[in-house]
Design a protein around this ligand. Structure first.
Ligand code: GLN
Length: 486
C-alpha cells in the first residue's frame, strides 16, 4: 500500500532501508499500468529512465553516500516543463516530437535531490484551458468521477497525484492551472509568489503571470517541494534573489489568532453548495481563535476581463516563435515562406490557441493597444493596490478555489463559459501573490472542493503553516477516490 504514503514517508522508507528505490518505483509504475488507461494522466511514462535512476539510488545507498531530500520519490512533471533529453509536447501537435535540449531549473534541482521523474503529464495545449480538454492528444479524467474533468490546465499532474499514481507532481499556474485542478481532484496545490520558482525551462505562456506550482496530498510534501525548488536562479531575470525558507521545520508554528479577510461583496451570488463548504472551512480556523473580517476586493469583478486581455497578449508574442522554422512541426504542404508560417500554424495549433493568438494580436495592435492592453495593465495595478490595502487588516485572504465541483467533460462548449471557471484563481496571478488550494470536503454530488488562501508576497511560510493546521484539523488528505483505493 505504498500509494497511501506521502513523499516524506516514502523517502523515510527508502532511507531507513524498508524499501529499495527500485521497489518503490516499480510499485508506482505498476499502478500507472493498472489505472492510467482509465484516467489518462500521462502523455509519456518514463519507465526505463525511472528504473535506471532507482537502481543508481539503491547503489548510492549501499555505498553509504549522502541521499537527497527527494531520494526514492517518484514525481510527475507537466509536459510544458523540460526534462533534458525527453519530449516536451505542451499538449500540442506543433511540438509533438520536440526533445528538450536542456533541463528546467526546477527539474535540475529535483534531480540534485535524487527525485525520480516517473512521467510527463497531460495538459491543455500550451496551458490554455481549465479542463485539459484542449490537449491535442486525449482527455484526462477526474478520478472521483470519470465522466468529469480533472480541471486544467495541469489536469494530468493533478489526476496522477489524486489517483496516487505518484505522491507528488509539478504543474504551472498562469491563471489557476495548479489550484483549480488541485481543488477539483481533492489534493493540495500551491502557486508560490511570482519569481519564487525559476521559469527557466518552462515553455512560456503569459510570462508576467506564469509560475511553477506543486501538487501533493499533504502540506508537508508541498513544503518539501518548495524547499527543493523555491530557489533563486540566475537564468531567470524575474527570479527573486532571497534565501529559501525552511518550511518543513516550522510547519507546526501556526499562530492561531490570525485574521482572515473575506471579500464577501465579490463573493455575492456564490453557488449555495460551494458557499456552505467555504463557510464550514472558515469555521475550522474560527473555532481555534481566528478572526474573520470583511475586505473590499470588489475590484476583482474586473479580474477575468483583465486576465483575458493580458494573458492572450503575452501568449501571442510568446507563441510567435513557432514559425515552422525554429521549433517542431513544419508543414509538408508549404512551398513559400508565407506558407511555412501559415500552414504550420494552421496544422499545428488547436482552436483555443489560435483564438488566443488572434485575441492577443488584436489587443496589442496599434489603435487598440491603449483601449485594451494599456487599460488592462492599469486595472492590474489597481487590483495589486486593493490587495495591499486588504492585507493591512488581515493575514490571509480566503476565497473558494472553484465556483463548483468538477464539471462533465464536453459540457462547456462555449469558451467564455470555460473562462468563468477561473474567476477565483486569477487574482493571485495578476498580483503575483502566493496562493494555495486545500481540500475542503465535497459538494452534495460527492465532488471535491477547495479552500483557497492567498497570502502577502513571499509569505509562503505562514501560508503553509496555516494550511498544515487546516489539513490536520480536517484530515481530508486521507480520502482516496474509491475506484483507486487498492
Ligand atoms: N484557465 C486559465 C487559462 O485558460 C489558466 C491557465 C493556466 O493557469 N495555465 O488561461
Amino acid at each position: 500500500m505504498l500509494h497511501t504514503l506521502s513523499a516524506c514517508e516514502l523517502r523515510e522508507r527508502f532511507i531507513n532501508g524498508t524499501h529499495s528505490a527500485q521497489e518503490i518505483t516499480s510499485y508506482f509504475l505498476q499502478r500507472i499500468q493498472k489505472y492510467d488507461p482509465q484516467i489518462r494522466a500521462f502523455l509519456e511514462v518514463l519507465e526505463n529512465d525511472a528504473m535506471q535512476k532507482a537502481k543508481l539510488l539503491d547503489e548510492k545507498r549501499a555505498d553509504k553516500k549522502p541521499l537527497g531530500a527527494f531520494a526514492g520519490v517518484p514525481i510527475a512533471i507537466k509536459d510544458n516543463i523540460h526534462i533534458k533529453g525527453k519530449k516536451t509536447t505542451c499538449g500540442s501537435k506543433i511540438l509533438e516530437n520536440f526533445i528538450a535540449p536542456f533541463a528546467a531549473t526546477c527539474c535540475e534541482l529535483l534531480e540534485e535531490q535524487d527525485a525520480i521523474f516517473i512521467g510527463k503529464t497531460n495538459l491543455d495545449e500550451f496551458a490554455m484551458g481549465s479542463s485539459t480538454e484542449n490537449s491535442a492528444f486525449f482527455q484526462t479524467k477526474n478520478p472521483w468521477n470519470l465522466a468529469c474533468t480533472p480541471g486544467g490546465s495541469s489536469g494530468g499532474s493533478a489526476a496522477a497525484v489524486a489517483t496516487r499514481l505518484c505522491p507528488v507532481g509539478l504543474g504551472t499556474d498562469t491563471g489557476g492551472s495548479v489550484r483549480q485542478p488541485a481543488a477539483l481532484c481533492g489534493i493540495v496545490g500551491l502557486k508560490p509568489t511570482y519569481g519564487r520558482i525559476s521559469r527557466w525551462g518552462i515553455v512560456a505562456y503569459g510570462s508576467s503571470l506564469d509560475q511553477v506550482g506543486t501538487f501533493s496530498t499533504t502540506v508537508e510534501d508541498t513544503a518539501l517541494l518548495m524547499e527543493t525548488i523555491g530557489k533563486h536562479c540566475s537564468k531567470d531575470s524575474t527570479s527573486i534573489n532571497i534565501a529559501p525558507d525552511l518550511h518543513r521545520a516550522e510547519l507546526k508554528n501556526f499562530k492561531k489568532n490570525i485574521r482572515i479577510g473575506v471579500p464577501w461583496q465579490f463573493l455575492e451570488g456564490l453557488d449555495k453548495d460551494t458557499e456552505n463548504n467555504f463557510k464550514d472551512a472558515l469555521k475550522v480556523f474560527e473555532s481555534q481563535g481566528a478572526m474573520l473580517c470583511n475586505v473590499d476586493l470588489s475590484i476583482l469583478k474586473y479580474s477575468l476581463a483583465t486576465y483575458y486581455i493580458l494573458a492572450p497578449a503575452e501568449a501571442s508574442t510568446n507563441l510567435a516563435r513557432y514559425d515552422g522554422i525554429r521549433y517542431g512541426l513544419r508543414s509538408k504542404e508549404a512551398k513559400t515562406l508565407d506558407e511555412v508560417y501559415d500552414y504550420t500554424r494552421d496544422e499545428g495549433f488547436g482552436a483555443e490557441v489560435k483564438r488566443r493568438i488572434m485575441l492577443g494580436t488584436f489587443v496589442l495592435s496599434s489603435g487598440y493597444k491603449d483601449a485594451y492592453y494599456r487599460k488592462a495593465q492599469q486595472v492590474r495595478t489597481k487590483i495589486i493596490d486593493a490587495f495591499k490595502v486588504a492585507f493591512q487588516s488581515c493575514d490571509f485572504v480566503a476565497i473558494p478555489c472553484v465556483p463548483n465541483g468538477a464539471f462533465e467533460l464536453g459540457s462547456k462548449k462555449d469558451p467564455l463559459t470555460m473562462y468563468l471557471e477561473d474567476i477565483y484563481t486569477i487574482a493571485a496571478n495578476l498580483t503575483g501573490l502566493p496562493a494555495i488550494s486545500l481540500p475542503s470536503g465535497f459538494s452534495k454530488d460527492a465532488k471535491p472542493l477547495g479552500l483557497q488562501l492567498i497570502a502577502p508576497e513571499l509569505c509562503e511560510k505562514p501560508l503553509l503553516q496555516a494550511s498544515y493546521f487546516f489539513q490536520n484539523e480536517t484530515k481530508f488528505p486521507e480520502h482516496i477516490p474509491h475506484l483507486f483505493k487498492d
